[in-house]
Design a protein around this ligand. Structure first.
Ligand code: GLU
Length: 447
């Protein structure tokens, strides 16, 4: 396999699918050498099959807004790969959602899920619906209309959606309510990220952020450092940023920046529990403004419009918001301000130029598919609890999550250790995930 040849073919076939092509390129570059040591992969055309989703459902979603006006959006479910288990992955509601974005996310999810050690295939879905400024009733009507189409594509042993950007516990509730009514199936395992009283796992809301910090801790320990006392910049103020802030603070780090599309909030003394709790209020308001934190906590949080978290001097950067949110220029600014580690918590949060800069300037870097896998891993644990009709304690879930993150870190070290002893976490995560999926595909024949 030659990455350049495959990429040229994909570029011609899917022109303009920027995010999808970026994600495929990164994985293929990482695995090319290992792949070419396995002629059986080449013979079975594993890569050519793996880069194409199994299928994509596209549907119209029509709903009525609070003014009585009819609105139309597009909904999607990309079932990417089922080699190691039923399709699994979140739903993203965001105005910028396109098939390219969901294909990139579904592709990444396939390898991420393989890293979790749990039997889950990869999928992603969502809509170009923009939750910003929408009332609770509008959100409910949209979720119901979305599920009217989606329900036929999913099932607890077939395809299990969850949340992602713009989809949290509230949306999962509305989606499940409609699923139940349409499918007349009452197995809560069809969705994850549910409420605690109806099949949701304790700690699922916190899991992505908690897992990311467990991974970061492992990475720092391996490099002979400790997170205690470190200054941390987080981007976003959604569910993932929230969990990351809780765990970072708990581990003795100081979160000094959070951000939104409107700018950055600098919190020189470190974020407090009260401020972390307020992040939930900010998200539920659908205003999408981080400035609200500075308004609520004057003097403690200082808002600067138009700036990112990467402009604040820190030791560790944790992108927790959106793909490509950290550019090469941001990476350079972080380094100039003394940052020595970036753990990507968002999916593909760093632009290729930023990753290249980190890797060639002695900054520790780990990719989203390894760092943020605790979210989907805990979804996998939620599925297990649902299938067994039981509920584990928070301590039990946390212990399993911690164990999974340790094992993901070990896999990265195993496949990513370079001849000079350094660890290429991008390579490590990609090769570990790829080998598992490729082997399963090979064993299941030409389908
Ligand atoms: N959206 C999350 C992710 O990117 C979670 C998916 C899930 O729990 O299925 O991994």
């Amino acid at each position: 396999m030659k990455t350049t040849d495959i990429m040229a073919r994909l570029q011609a076939k899917y022109p303009g699918e920027k995010e999808y092509l970026q994600a495929v390129q990164e994985v293929l570059e990482s695995v090319e050498e290992v792949y070419n040591q396995h002629p059986e992969f080449e013979q079975a055309k594993i890569v050519e099959r793996m880069v194409e989703p199994d299928r994509i459902f596209t549907f119209r979603v029509t709903w009525v807004d609070d003014r009585g006006e009819v609105q139309t959006n597009t909904g999607y479910r990309v079932q990417f790969n089922s080699a190691i288990g039923p399709y699994k992955g979140g739903l993203r509601f965001h105005r910028a959602v396109t098939p390219s974005m969901l294909k990139f996310l579904g592709f990444e999810q396939t390898f991420k899920n393989a890293l979790t050690t749990l039997p889950m295939g990869g999928a992603k879905g969502g809509s170009d619906f923009d939750p910003k400024g929408k009332s609770n009733e509008e959100i409910m009507r949209f979720c119901q209309a979305f599920m009217m189409e989606l329900w036929q594509c999913i099932g607890p042993d077939q395809d299990i959606p969850a949340g992602d950007v713009g989809v949290g516990g509230r949306e999962i509730g509305y989606l499940y309510g409609m699923y139940k009514k349409l499918a007349r199936q009452y197995n809560t395992g069809v969705l994850t990220g549910k409420g605690g009283t109806w099949g949701g796992s304790i700690l699922r809301p916190e899991a992505t952020g908690f897992g990311a910090l467990y991974f970061t801790q492992n990475l720092l320990h391996k490099a002979g450092k400790d997170i205690k006392g470190m200054k941390v910049a987080v981007s976003g103020f959604g569910n993932v940023a929230w969990g990351a802030c809780i765990k970072a603070t708990e581990l003795g780090a100081k979160v000094v920046a959070i951000s939104g599309p409107d700018g950055v909030c600098h919190i020189p003394d470190g974020i407090t529990r009260e401020m972390i709790d307020y992040m939930l209020v900010m998200r539920a308001s659908n205003r999408d403004k981080v400035e609200d934190m500075a308004t609520k906590f004057p003097g403690k949080a200082v808002f600067t419009p138009g700036k990112k978290s990467w402009s604040v001097p820190v030791d560790i950067a944790l992108p927790c918001a959106f793909q490509n949110e950290l550019s090469e220029d941001d990476a350079k600014e972080l380094k100039a301000n003394g940052c020595f580690c970036c753990c990507e918590v968002s999916n593909m949060g760093c632009q290729p130029g930023a990753i290249h800069f980190f890797q060639h300037n002695g900054i520790l870097f780990a990719p989203g598919k390894a760092v943020n896998a605790g979210g989907v891993a805990t979804s996998g644990l939620e599925m297990t609890q649902n299938a067994e009709h039981i509920s584990w304690s928070g301590a039990e879930v946390d212990e399993k999550l911690h164990f999974i993150m340790d094992s993901i870190h070990e896999q990265c070290v195993k496949y990513g250790t370079q001849p000079d002893g350094s660890i290429d976490y991008v390579k490590g995560a990609n090769i570990a995930g790829f080998m598992k999926v490729a082997t399963a595909m090979l064993e299941q024949g030409t389908i």
